[in-house]
Design a protein around this ligand. Sequence first.
Ligand SMILES: Cc1cc2nc3c(=O)[nH]c(=O)nc-3n(C[C@H](O)[C@H](O)[C@H](O)COP(=O)(O)OP(=O)(O)OC[C@H]3O[C@@H](n4cnc5c(N)ncnc54)[C@H](O)[C@@H]3O)c2cc1C
Length: 214
Amino acid sequence: MRRIERRMALAAVDDNGRYLDMLRQGSEELELLAKDLLINVTSFFRDPKAFELALGHLATTGANMLIQDMTREMSVDLLERAHIGRLGCVQGLQPYVVPFSFAYYRKFIYSFSTVGKKIEWMRANPLVCVEADEIVSRHEWQTVVIFGRYQELPDTPEFHRTRAVAHDLLAKTAMWWEPGYVKTLHKGEERRLEPIYFRISINEISGHQGLPAA
Ligand SMILES: Cc1cc2nc3c(=O)[nH]c(=O)nc-3n(C[C@H](O)[C@H](O)[C@H](O)COP(=O)(O)OP(=O)(O)OC[C@H]3O[C@@H](n4cnc5c(N)ncnc54)[C@H](O)[C@@H]3O)c2cc1C
């Protein structure tokens, strides 16, 4: 830490954020600091405590971004805008994550598929996780994570209305059945196409956003 402060003094910069910017721009200062830190003090990098302290200092005082919770309303807004996410399910101790298309409506995530690994796994264990995001850059993003329960919507009178809701929501996107329902070759074999509508009831939802520092 002393060496960073010394370099800041020599560079006539008293603000951590400005000094970080200076380093990021790849100026001569970056080389000078590296020299200062490396010459005779490689122990600094081998001492995790000292390294952590230095990082912590920069993260709290000079970071370029801030991460904060999103309100439930903001998370729902993101789900209404984003139609592609990641769906995670589990068999035994093994998680499985795939990209999927969805439509959010009134506390449910609706989607469409054919029978394959994820459907078989979710039938056996309906506890799932969904992630959706809008990522502008590493410093500017919104992500939503949902813990929920898989619910299949079979072609029976009982589910007729809910299937119609699912269909109408998903059909707002052109060619909505692709790639959920499309000829698929796996290990050279064509997969059986059996259409499945399903929805995920949301038990828990959290949203985080990364914002560039003001
Ligand atoms: C943008 C996007 C949107 C999608 N939307 C949907 C959707 O709405 N509904 C839908 O059912 N599918 C969708 N898919 C395809 C989806 O990601 C899966 O590939 C597909 O559903 C097959 O999954 P499965 O478990 O039935 O695979 P299976 O055919 O049973 O899986 C066999 C093996 O293939 C591998 N595998 C399967 N999928 C992938 C993958 N995507 N990438 C790498 N390896 C894989 C796994 O190792 C798995 O063990 C979408 C994909 C993308 C990229």
